[in-house]
Write a protein that binds this ligand. Structure first.
Ligand SMILES: [Zn+2]
Length: 355
């Protein structure tokens, strides 16, 4: 089929999925989306029903080179990228960045390390924040943490960074749910940030687990750089007595002078069980067969979120909603293996026990 070049072939957005770009091109030119989709795709080589984009055809109608299109559209790259590096679920990304891309919604598949749009100071992760945008103007430390996160990525590679950051977020959520006297200064910052992102009295409208994730992100990145470091992993694997330098470093990063007095906290559990293991791969990986689906919030997730919103109190076990969120599923399965339950006693003490 001869493909005439479109009169106004706007460029794709960075990390945009091909279906999103083709949809925008069709809307801008008043074309039928399905007809344009058929023009630039063909049946997959295996003979299945799925259609795959033919990069040369997309290049022909846009007047752009295959090379430049593939620079923005990961699905067009040859060889295919390592999809484990990307979130499995496409999401809109930053709406300020999207505003300069005409033709309707932009859907992107963001890499795991993209938590903040640093240019527009907007929180992007996890992707359950449909309908919510979370500006970070009042919380510059969260934007700064994204830059530190990228430095870990440059030094350690994506898989170590992915595991370390998710593990650290999970641990911060666990620490947030401990009684106040078992937490350091960081705990007060989590409450302060949560009160900015979810102002008191507005939880029914403003609560999201993504915002809890943002509240702990600076300390999570500080812990993650330690979890990702071969030196500190070695230190963590020593006996309890020899582990004092490691505990001192944790105490410094969490501003928790009493850290290390007990042996039953989430970080000691990480040191005992996980520090010697290789990084975990994501449970779910992007599947191009589902790339036409719009990201949608599952009903069960919505119900869980409403329940947490109703009970939300930042100074009382607020991290439990975060720990249970599917964004952390990869590390959650490992974190308590063998499984431990956190028990809170009436006098305010708490402990973890094997169950
Ligand atoms: Zn932006």
């Amino acid at each position: 089929m001869l493909l005439p070049r479109l009169p106004d072939p706007v460029p794709p957005a960075q990390h945009e999925i091909a279906a999103s770009y083709i949809g925008r091109l069709a809307r801008l030119h008043g074309l039928d989306i399905n007809a344009l989709w058929r023009c630039v795709t063909e049946r997959e080589a295996s003979g299945g029903m799925r259609r795959v984009v033919v990069p040369e055809r997309l290049a022909a109608i846009t007047g752009r080179t295959v090379h430049s299109l593939a620079g923005a559209l990961p699905e067009l790259r040859t060889p295919q990228p390592d999809w484990a590096m990307f979130r499995h679920q496409p999401q809109p990304g930053c709406h300020h960045c999207n505003a300069k891309h005409p033709g309707g919604d932009v859907t992107r598949i963001l890499p795991h390390h993209r938590y903040v749009c640093t240019r527009h100071r907007l929180w992007l992760c996890p992707s359950d924040a449909d309908g919510h945008t979370t500006p970070l103007d009042a919380l510059p430390e969260i934007v700064q943490a994204q830059r530190r996160h990228l430095r870990i990525l440059q030094r350690r590679g994506w898989s170590v960074t992915y595991d370390a950051v998710l593990t650290a977020i999970l641990i911060c959520g666990q620490l947030w749910s401990l009684p106040e006297n078992e937490n350091g200064e960081a705990w007060h910052d989590w409450i302060r940030r949560a009160n900015i992102l979810i102002p008191p009295g507005t939880a029914e409208a403003t609560f999201s687990v993504a915002r809890l994730c943002a509240a702990v992100y600076p300390e999570a990145v500080a812990l993650a750089s330690l979890f990702a470091s071969p030196y500190w992993r070695q230190q963590a694997q020593r006996t309890v007595w020899d582990r004092r330098p490691f505990n001192a470093e944790i105490a410094r990063r969490l501003r928790h002078p009493l850290y290390g007095q007990h042996e039953n906290d989430p970080i000691s559990h990480w040191a005992n069980m996980t520090a010697k293991r290789p990084p975990l791969a994501p449970i779910r990986v992007h599947d191009q067969r589902h790339h036409l689906r719009k990201p949608a919030q599952r009903t069960a997730t919505q119900r869980a979120q409403q329940r947490h919103a109703h009970a939300f109190n930042p100074s009382h076990r607020a991290g439990e909603a975060l720990v249970a969120h599917r964004h952390l599923a990869t590390v959650f399965r490992r974190a308590w293996h063998p499984f431990r339950t956190h028990t809170l006693l009436p006098n305010g003490d708490s402990y973890y026990k094997l169950s």
